[in-house]
Design a protein around this ligand. Structure first.
Ligand SMILES: *[C@@H]1O[C@H](CO)[C@@H](O)[C@H](O)[C@H]1NC(C)=O
Ligand SMILES: *[C@@H]1O[C@H](CO)[C@@H](O)[C@H](O)[C@H]1NC(C)=O
Ligand SMILES: *[C@@H]1O[C@H](CO)[C@@H](O)[C@H](O)[C@H]1NC(C)=O
Ligand SMILES: *[C@@H]1O[C@H](CO)[C@@H](O)[C@H](O)[C@H]1NC(C)=O
Ligand SMILES: *[C@@H]1O[C@H](CO)[C@@H](O)[C@H](O)[C@H]1NC(C)=O
Ligand SMILES: CC(=O)N[C@H]1CO[C@H](CO)[C@@H](O)[C@@H]1O
Length: 558
């Protein structure tokens, strides 16, 4: 599994939704909460939630009871970021902290006291991947990790940020990422010019995967209550897989991409990267929905479901779950420990009342593995849409106004953007060489849909009468897939980049449930049933130096 394993292209992420949850072969000896919506109740001031693991509902309970405030939460998360981001293990997961966050938290605390909470995210600190726009007047930059966008002024908040703010969430800061969501070139995951190399919290210098690497690492050790990532091809699923998390890659068109630095409107999607399926359901219920500024969202089914209603431990009873063996067995590099854990997961799924149909191959599997149609589409879309991004900026101090300018900027600022081992701009150059929406482009777009959906996922679901597909993630490059356990302590440590290793002892891997467009509600139910049965996340923690020490008790005003 080289540097490049994650860059391979995926023909059908556009048309599917995918939900990941961690699992492992060795079943964790952890109790299963009896009610999904009342986990680990805070009983009094001496029993404050552990921020490493705290769920949104636990935090709401403590906020409502007055055991701590949102100001306390922001202070505690800032201190936790400070402990591990540049100091100690120097995880480089966070790029910026919001200078307005404390003020916003105080206002939301006052509002809670006055009139109660607006939503389950009221007063909850959320960290955003740095390609998701926030208005410059608030004090943060939106740069996709690149110095070419430092100080730029975006026209507006991203659509998902407007929804978060309306729900009362606090934007805590911006997370590091693979620069330009890994569409710059042949670079290690988790590296950006502004942020440097982000690394995993489960083993020193391990690959965090990307491109939503900082979101994943931050969620994994509680540097924020909730994080958002974006995915074009694996950028939510892979960091979720590598960092012991639950994440949702929503169907393209469920969550708005307005105000998100683009790769392709045909594949980009925004989703939660969090520690539990319950938190993922809460966040998705708030960020999903139509947005007049992203017309792909206008055809989504009405209304947005309350995804928390899907959190039922019996969701797998009587369901048929298929295993698309060919797409992961034909690929390279799945570690035997991953495959063994996957077989155990299938037993767990059977034990939860489902019929496992194995194999349940996609008719188009081989064509997907061979296809280069995705690259054709992404290259054309990236040039057009990134140029539009630069043109729409109200200001950009770097002077960069196009992809061509960006390539030149990187070349003329090598100390910032092309340090040794991080020089590649191959994706930029390939995209810049395209000449717009040609007949070949439209043909590739049609093939993507046909291979991915019509003769791919949808055909398998129909011909085997399935409710969803399930598959392991590691090493898999051609499906929107992932998670399942932790690498054993004796795994041979491999290289993932000039500064990163993978696999490595204790680094997580996961399982993904995959379904047809807009099947998130069902997939959340399946993942929840599996998560609650196994509780794998709790079986292993980050390495000691990577676990921040600050807790609410250190900041709560007594
Ligand atoms: C945003 O970038 C500007 C430089 O243009 C910098 O002065 C400012 O501190 C940055 N904001 C944050 C929150 O880091
Ligand atoms: C959707 O939006 C894109 C970009 O703003 C625009 O080019 C396209 O014409 C719009 N399509 C429709 C059907 O409105
Ligand atoms: C696109 O997919 C079709 C169907 O599998 C295939 O025939 C064609 O060669 C692919 N095109 C590219 C550019 O990979
Ligand atoms: C790791 O240990 C397990 C048993 O503890 C053994 O089966 C496996 O072969 C070992 N793997 C390596 C790479 O040494
Ligand atoms: C570049 O990467 C190689 C290993 O891939 C390493 O040996 C070398 O020291 C790196 N150079 C710098 C300047 O980091
Ligand atoms: C919040 C934070 O620590 N941001 C840092 C991210 O990394 C860059 C590069 O080292 C620093 O300049 C930021 O201060």
């Amino acid at each position: 599994m080289g540097l490049n394993w994650f860059l391979h292209l995926l023909a059908f992420s556009v048309f599917t939704s995918c939900l990941l949850v961690q699992f492992e072969g060795v079943r964790a000896a952890v109790g299963i909460p009896t009610s999904s919506l009342h986990i680990n109740r805070v009983s009094d001031n001496s029993d404050l939630p552990d921020l490493y693991e705290a769920s949104v509902l636990e935090l709401q309970e403590g906020l409502d009871a007055g055991h701590f405030t949102s100001v306390d939460l922001v202070k505690a998360y800032f201190a936790r970021i400070d402990e591990v981001n540049l100091k100690g293990p120097a995880l480089r997961a966070v790029l910026e902290m919001n200078p307005s966050a404390l003020e916003q938290a105080a206002a939301l605390d006052a509002e809670r006291r006055r009139s109660g909470k607006r939503s389950l995210l009221h007063g909850i600190p959320v960290l955003l991947k740095d390609n998701i726009a926030t208005v410059a007047s608030e004090g943060m930059n939106t740069t996709a990790g690149s110095f070419s966008l430092l100080g730029s002024v975006v026209p507006d908040d991203a659509g998902v940020v407007k929804r978060l703010r309306a729900a009362g969430a606090i934007i805590l800061g911006k997370a590091n990422l693979s620069e330009f969501a890994h569409f710059r070139g042949n670079l290690a995951s988790g590296w950006s010019g502004r942020g440097g190399q982000n690394t995993n919290a489960y083993f020193p210098n391990a690959d965090p995967c990307g491109s939503s690497s900082g979101s994943g690492v931050s969620a994994s050790i509680g540097l924020a209550a909730v994080t958002l990532g974006t995915e074009t091809d694996g950028s939510i699923t892979c960091p979720t897989d590598h960092n012991n998390l639950a994440g949702i890659k929503p169907t393209v068109g469920l969550t708005s991409r307005a105000g998100v630095i683009p790769i392709s409107e045909h594949q980009d999607t925004v989703g939660p990267i969090v520690r539990s399926v319950s938190d993922a359901a809460i966040v998705l219920s708030i960020i999903a929905g139509k947005d007049p500024n992203d017309n792909f969202t206008l055809s989504q089914p009405d209304p947005v479901p309350d995804y928390t209603q899907a959190l039922n431990k019996r969701s797998l009873v009587g369901k048929r779950i298929g295993v698309p063996r060919q797409v992961f067995l034909d690929d390279t590099g799945l570690d035997p420990s991953v495959l063994a854990a996957f077989e155990e997961a299938l037993d767990t799924i059977r034990g939860l009342g489902a019929t496992v149909v194995d194999p349940a191959d996609l008719p188009s599997a081989q064509e997907i593995l061979d296809s280069n149609n995705e690259t054709v589409v992404l290259d054309v879309d990236f040039k057009i849409q990134l140029n539009a991004w630069f043109e729409a900026l109200l200001e950009n101090p770097s002077g960069v106004r196009s992809l061509a300018d960006l390539i030149a900027f990187d070349n003329t600022n090598p100390a910032l953007e092309e340090p040794a081992n991080f020089t590649s701009q191959s994706d930029f150059l390939e995209a810049e060489a395209t000449t717009g929406m040609t007949a070949a482009y439209f043909q590739s777009l049609a093939f993507d849909k046909e291979l991915g959906a019509t003769r791919g996922i949808d055909a398998a679901l129909q011909s085997f009468h399935l409710d969803a597909l399930v598959l392991p993630a590691g090493g898999l490059t051609t499906v929107p897939a992932v998670p399942l356990g932790f690498y054993p302590d004796n795994v041979t440590i491999g290289s993932a980049g000039p500064l990163t290793v993978y696999p490595a002892p204790g680094v997580p891997f996961g399982l993904s449930f995959l379904g047809t467009a807009y099947s998130e509600f069902d997939l959340i139910g399946f993942a929840y049933a599996y998560e609650q049965k196994t509780m794998t996340r709790l079986a292993r923690k980050a390495f000691p130096d990577a676990i921040p020490k600050t807790q609410l008790k250190d900041v709560v005003d007594r």
